[in-house]
Structure formats: C-alpha cells, structure tokens
Design a binder for this molecule. Structure first.
Ligand SMILES: [Zn+2]
Length: 234
C-alpha cells in the first residue's frame, strides 16, 4: 500500500459512529441516536447511504435491478421505510411531552390501552405487531401526561429493531422517569412474524410479557385488578 495516498473520506455512517463512540454511548439496534445526527438534512444524507448499501445487498442476492422493473427503486424505498418509518424511533428525538402536576391528587388505578405496537425483531428485522397496556397508580407528587402522549412515547420506543423483553423495560423506564407513579405496570402481547415466515413456521406465535413495578409488585390485589380490567378491555 502507498503510504502517501490520502485516506478515503469517511462515510456519513462512519462519522456518526465516531461521534457516538467519542461520547461513550451505546448504539445497539434499539438505542436512540438522534442527538448524534445533525438535523433532518444529515438524516436525509444517511438515508441515501442506506439506499446505496441496500442496492449492494440486492446485488449480492444476484437480483438484476436494472432490467427488473419491480426492483429498480427497491433500495430507495427500503431505505426510506427504515429511516423515516419503521426504525424512525432510532433517528428522531423523543416526541415533546408536557407533564403537568397532579392537581386533583388522583390516586386511582389508571389504565391506558390497548396501544397498537408496530415494531421489528432485532434478530431478523421481521415485523412484530402487537398491543400494549399501561397501568399507573399515581400519587400526589406524580406528573400527569396526556393520553395521546403514552401512545407517542410507546411508538417512539417500538419503532426500532427491538427485543420484546427489552422494549417493555425501556417503555417502563421512560414512563417511570416522567410520571413518577407509585406503581407502574406494562403488558405487551405481540405476534412475531419471523415465526410465521421462517424457522418453525408456527402460525401461533404470540408472545406476552410484562413489567410490574412499585405497588403492582407489592400489592397482589392491585395487580389482579389491573389484569382483570385489561382482559375486559380486550
Ligand atoms: Zn426474529
């Protein structure tokens, strides 16, 4: 190799990765990296790089994207779908959420859901479609947030390549730090398409899991009340 040759200019993804590493942050599939991307214009340039690399993937799969009219624009379409739609929860900052004090001192069990979940598994990048229910037991010091904000926060966390067990914990952590309730419960039930499309091709591939914190962990009757209300709401 010629030592005098100038180094190849770093790709945008390499530059973004270098910023994240310099900050000592994690960048797993289900982490948000919005703070390391310099605005929507740079995100657009990242989408272009993703499209180029998906084009490379199609070529590696020996697909003739030049004469096959069906796949001519596939790389661009998939890049756009990943960056601006199904994985946007990695690249967009958290939606703005106004918290307001619990002026009425509400301290009754609150249930939000079912919230529709559209996610993808980190293992195969196959869709995960499901529902989430959130149970909250506020106290007088809790902050309250509007109902639609639970949906937006949930969507922000789910629209990344995820692992269901980690997704519910991430959602619980986010809500715990904002609302500061006495108790927090999350139940997620989802259909993993990698189980239908590949592998065992099991048509019954529902997975359920839950996180219980605070009062929901300590108080069996509160937990039972939440679970029975959730069943009624279907
Ligand atoms: Zn999978």
């Amino acid at each position: 190799m010629d030592d005098s040759a100038p180094p190849a200019p770093a790709s945008l993804s390499e530059r973004i990765r270098a910023r994240i590493q310099a900050a000592g942050q994690r960048y797993h599939a289900n982490d948000n990296i919005a703070q390391f991307i310099d605005g929507q214009q740079e995100l657009g340039a990242l989408e272009d790089e993703v499209a180029q690399r998906i084009q490379g993937l199609l070529e590696a799969l020996v697909i003739d994207t030049e004469s096959d009219h069906n796949t001519q624009e596939t790389a661009k379409r998939v890049a756009k779908m990943y960056v601006t739609e199904v994985f946007r929860g990695r690249y967009q900052p958290i939606p703005s959420v106004t918290e307001f004090p619990n002026a009425e001192r509400l301290n009754e069990l609150m249930i939000v859901g079912p919230i529709t979940v559209r996610s993808a598994c980190s293992h195969h990048l196959c869709p995960i479609m499901g529902r989430v229910w959130i149970g909250l037991l506020p106290n007088e010091h809790s902050n309250l947030i509007g109902l639609s904000k639970y949906v937006r926060i949930c969507d922000w966390i789910m629209s990344r390549p995820q692992i269901q067990e980690e997704a519910v914990v991430m959602l619980a952590d986010e809500l715990q730090s904002r609302v500061k309730p006495d108790g927090l419960a999350i139940v997620m039930e989802a259909d993993h398409f990698c189980m239908h499309w590949r592998g065992v091709r099991d048509s019954e591939a529902m997975m359920s899991n839950s996180v219980m914190r605070g009062a929901f962990l300590n108080n069996a009757s509160l937990r039972a009340e939440f679970l029975s209300l959730l069943r009624k709401k279907g």
